[in-house]
Ligand binder design. Structure first.
Ligand code: NDP
Length: 285
């Protein structure tokens, strides 16, 4: 069997068109969705991510504000800036690019962002709301995965989903979103005994491990849906996922490639969350 490719680039482009249309509607009501991104220090990967977020905002007609702070900025100064943005009416989403320098407490920073502007969906209030099935900002990568499946007409209810990885930003929340949609969910991680035993039972596998080509054909059953979240470099320096695409795509029913799979959805859902925040701010007026 040769898997059908889930084309994240195409699905993201479609979603972005829809978002751009909604942005225009909001603008006609006097609101331009605004996203503030705080970048601390000069981590090269973070600079690239931030640049891509700014570009996406501009393309969709949103307002984008980049705040760059020096590596040695104090935690107090960063918190004061966030407080200012929490109050700023032209800003609907606040994102602090992670990781932060070691002297700054990431947890404290995330918790200082108003849950109403937490478009990354990392604030404990939004996580709690997501877990209890209430209106929330959903974390962007997990949310993007759910949209990929929905757009590919892959049903979730009653399916067995195995999530490999349990980080707070990908593994844990994506499992919760599947559970909210009535899947049976198994989490695997570095202490899991006999990973293959679990993954072989999966109708849908999400790989969020951070190890190049970690999931092999022997890990999956025929026809499984395989979602590859990984963004890694292989020994030759080439971008690759957590799934060995060449062999797994011969056995899976559906597969997301890397690049052009999950990656393009993450920023798209960030834009969606910023739009949602702006629209909700209108309702609070
Ligand atoms: P983390 O490093 O935070 O988590 C990795 C998880 O994998 C951990 O839960 C860890 O288990 C588990 N793990 C490690 N080794 C094994 C193993 N041998 N067997 C089973 N599980 C294992 O990574 P992230 O969740 O942040 O990211 C995962 C990947 O996704 C990375 O490649 C990252 O670059 C990519 N990513 C992509 C995004 C996108 O937009 N496409 C967004 C975010 C991340 P334990 O908890 O026990 O340590």
């Amino acid at each position: 069997m040769t898997a059908q490719i889930i084309n994240g680039k195409e699905i993201a482009a479609k979603k972005r068109l829809e978002i751009a249309e909604e942005v225009e509607k909001l603008k006609s009501q006097g609101i331009t969705p605004g996203l503030a991104v705080i970048l601390v220090g000069n981590n090269h990967a973070s600079q690239t991510y931030v640049k891509n977020k700014e570009k996406a905002c501009k393309e969709l007609g949103m307002y984008s504000l980049l705040i760059e702070m020096l590596e040695e900025v104090s935690e107090g100064e960063l918190l004061a800036k966030i407080e200012e943005l929490n109050e700023a009416t032209e800003i609907h989403g606040i994102l602090v690019q992670l990781p932060l320098p070691k002297h700054i407490d990431e947890k404290k920073v995330i918790e200082s962002i108003s849950p109403l502007k937490d478009v990354d969906g990392f604030h404990p209030i939004n996580i709690g709301r997501m877990m209890t099935g209430q209106n929330a900002f959903l974390p962007c990568t997990p949310y993007g995965i759910m949209v990929l499946l929905e757009e590919s007409d892959i049903s979730i209810s009653g399916k067995h989903v195995v999530v490999v990885g349990r980080s707070n930003i990908v593994g844990k929340p994506v499992g919760q979103l599947f559970l909210n949609q009535h899947a049976t969910v198994t989490y695997c991680h570095s202490r899991t005994k006999d990973l293959k035993f679990h993954t072989n039972q999966a109708d849908i596998i999400v790989a969020a491990v951070g190890i190049p080509n970690f999931i092999k054909a022997e890990h999956i059953k025929d026809g499984a849906v395989v979602i590859d979240v990984g963004i890694n470099r292989n020994e030759a320096g080439k971008l690759c996922g957590d799934v060995d695409f060449d062999e797994v795509s011969e056995k899976a029913g559906y597969i997301t490639p890397v690049p052009k799979g999950v990656g393009p959805m993450t920023i798209t859902m960030l834009m969606y969350n910023t739009l949602k925040s702006a629209a909700e701010s209108l309702n609070r007026k």
